[in-house]
Design a protein around this ligand. Structure first.
Ligand code: NAI
Ligand code: PYL
Ligand code: MG
Length: 259
């Protein structure tokens, strides 16, 4: 998976406030409201232990501190352990954590030790960004384009199909696209005769993945993908309502899904 850099996490509180405000504008709900309706759960005095992990590429500067800021932003009681790895896990449990948040280079998990539920960041992120796209208040159209059908995009596409949307899909990996077509019944995007969309869900690690020919004025683009799927020039030209944030929305989705 593409790893975050400390730069991606700069001003995480500002990123969250801006994301919350655009999510409200696009859907009428804030991020917490989306999580509550999506999972039917609410916080119940959970205490979250955040454990830094040194495996693989090691600690990402600001990662644990950002998770601390994110969990506080959403009103959770949380702390970062002094120790890392196994010792940090032990410290978290000894200090009363009932939800553990920890990530190595492959998996970012939330584990609720009370009820046994566990969440993985990739599907949790795909599902919440797809849910936000599905709540585009500015259109009655049931058409949505999903770009990128990997570990984040595929679960998001599945969520949209289950919600009754007509899901068009595109991935540069033909095998993944064919899998999504056969298992989810999504419609492969015909690049030769493009249609314009009012709602997009994008999950790729590449820039400029959405060509101008597909954009319509005031469309919603909900994307966890880093870097951003459209240029600033196109965003301004089409007044694209861009929901894009680097860690917090996906983390909120994970936490509400394990309550
Ligand atoms: P992945 O590698 O499993 O899937 C990415 C997919 O995008 C692949 O199937 C690839 O073929 C496709 N792709 C690449 N270039 C494309 C293009 N130009 N057009 C169409 N498809 C293209 O990666 P994963 O785990 O699904 O992550 C996707 C992105 O989401 C990454 O940038 C990752 O860093 C980011 N991410 C962001 C999170 C957040 O909270 N903001 C959380 C998790 C992931
Ligand atoms: C969770 C993010 C979203 C995008 N890429 C994922 C990523 O960067 N994963 C790596 C997380 C490593 C954290 C490190 C630490 O500081 O504890 N082990
Ligand atoms: Mg996010």
């Amino acid at each position: 998976m593409a790893l975050l850099t400390p730069d991606d996490l700069r001003d995480i509180n500002k990123q969250l406030q801006e994301a919350d405000s655009i999510v409200r504008r696009v859907t009428g709900l804030d991020i917490k409201g989306i999580c509550k309706t999506l999972y039917g759960t609410s916080p119940n005095s959970e205490k979250i232990g955040i454990v830094p992990v040194t495996a693989g590429n090691g600690i990402i500067k600001n990662f644990s501190a950002s998770l601390h800021a994110i969990t506080q932003y959403f009103g959770f009681d949380s702390f970062v352990t002094d120790m890392s790895d196994v010792s940090g896990y032990y410290e978290a449990v000894q200090s009363g954590a009932n939800i553990i948040l920890m990530a190595d280079d492959h998996t970012f998990l939330a584990h609720n030790l009370k009820n046994g539920k566990i969440a993985n960041n990739q599907p949790s992120t795909g599902i919440i960004y797809a849910e936000i796209a599905s709540r585009n208040q500015k259109t009655d159209s049931k058409d949505v384009l999903v770009v990128g059908l990997g570990k984040v995009g595929f679960p998001g596409a599945a969520h949209l199909v289950h919600k009754g949307f007509r899901v068009y899909g595109y991935d540069t990996d033909r095998t993944l696209l064919e899998q999504a077509v056969s298992s989810l019944g999504i419609i492969p995007l015909d690049i030769e005769s493009p249609k314009r969309f009012s709602t997009f869900f994008e999950a790729t690690p590449c820039a400029n993945t959405i060509p101008e020919t597909l954009l319509s004025e005031n469309c919603v683009l909900s994307t966890p993908g880093i870097p951003c799927a459209i240029s600033e020039e196109l965003r301004l030209k089409y007044n694209v309502q861009l929901v894009m944030e680097h860690l917090g929305i996906g983390t909120a989705s994970m936490l509400y899904s394990v309550m």
